[in-house]
Design a protein around this ligand. Structure first.
Ligand SMILES: NC(=O)c1ccc[n+]([C@@H]2O[C@H](COP(=O)([O-])OP(=O)(O)OC[C@H]3O[C@@H](n4cnc5c(N)ncnc54)[C@H](O)[C@@H]3O)[C@@H](O)[C@H]2O)c1
Length: 283
């Protein structure tokens, strides 16, 4: 099956990034949000990211205009009817994702493939509300999507070989390197990354070292591009909390129990870069 038209549900950090790379790779993209204000905000963020690409001479003005011209926005899920692939990038909440998949299943053509960008939730459970479990998979992009090379493809017991090969071809057309993993909590990267972030937060809580020194330790000591606390701010502390809870709910290992400091910061809306304050402050 050839993918021509892509639908993206949610125009936040990840949805916006996915829309941008799809449009830059030549696909017609339709993106949905829950209201006009959020849609405008999401489209403006994509435009500004493309503009930065022009300023930094990564893309030409002509390519920027062509990419932005391929993007349309909507607040009506019925508009996804003629999309070949729908990528869901709404917030990390299982009930919401199931509700979205049930809606798009009713609206979309029967051959359309559905992917969730979930960070850790069971893809098979999301797929279970559809009438096309063989055409549902996880496509887990990384943040920021235009810069990060990896795409995890998550295969459930029901996902067909054709769906996997179509998703692989599509991911490669976006310039991504594909890894494939069975439907397991946190997949490859989050399963290994979340304990590191939670342990760094526990060290801040215990006063073992300053946040700056923890991050410097991990960047210079392990050659990581940013430290675990700066990474948590980039991901969004609400998302980190949701991922930790999501993995812990299933595998019940102590290392995934979110520390109180993380829960308190989320309750105070100190969510990281997206709210201007997390472990660090952002202008
Ligand atoms: N932040 C990361 O680093 C990261 C990385 C990989 C995967 N993810 C996953 O991607 C998904 C989105 O995360 P994010 O960081 O972009 O969150 P975000 O909060 O920045 O964006 C989510 C967007 O979804 C919108 N939304 C909610 N319900 C919707 C609906 N019914 N229809 C359309 N839009 C809807 C919200 O209004 C919001 O703008 C989550 O599942 C998350 O776990 C996040």
């Amino acid at each position: 099956m050839e993918i021509k038209r892509v639908g993206v549900v949610g125009c936040g950090q990840m949805g916006g990034g996915i829309v941008q790379v799809c449009a830059q790779s030549g696909y017609a993209v339709l993106v949905s949000e829950i209201n006009d204000n959020l849609l405008k905000k999401g489209l403006a963020a994509i435009e500004s990211s493309l503009d930065k690409g022009v300023q930094k001479e990564r893309i030409t003005k002509r390519d920027r205009d062509a990419a932005f011209g391929r993007i349309r926005g909507t607040t009506n899920i019925n508009d996804f009817a003629d999309c070949d692939l729908i990528i869901e990038a709404a917030v990390e909440n299982l009930d919401l994702k199931k509700q979205i998949f049930s809606q798009i299943d009713k609206v979309c053509q029967k051959n359309a493939i559905f992917a969730t960008n979930t960070s850790c939730l069971p893809v098979s459970e999301i797929a279970s509300v559809t009438t096309r479990r063989d055409r549902v998979l996880g496509m887990h992009f990384f943040n920021p999507v235009p810069a990060m090379k990896l795409l995890e493809i998550i295969r459930t017991k029901a996902t067909s070989d054709v769906t996997i090969s179509t998703a692989r071809k599509f991911g490669e057309s976006l310039g991504k390197t594909i890894v494939i993993i069975r439907d397991t909590p946190g997949f490859i990267v989050n399963r290994l990354m979340v304990p590191q972030i939670l342990n760094a937060i526990r060290m801040v809580e215990a006063g073992t070292a300053t946040k700056e020194d923890i991050d410097t330790g991990m960047t210079l000591g392990l050659n990581q591009p940013i430290g675990p606390l700066a990474l948590a701010d980039l991901i969004g502390l609400d998302t980190v909390l949701a991922i930790a809870n999501g993995i812990h709910d299933i595998i019940k290992e102590k290392q995934y129990v979110p520390p109180p400091l993380l829960k308190n910061m989320v309750a105070d809306r100190h969510l990281g870069r997206k709210t201007g304050r997390g472990f660090y402050e952002y202008k």
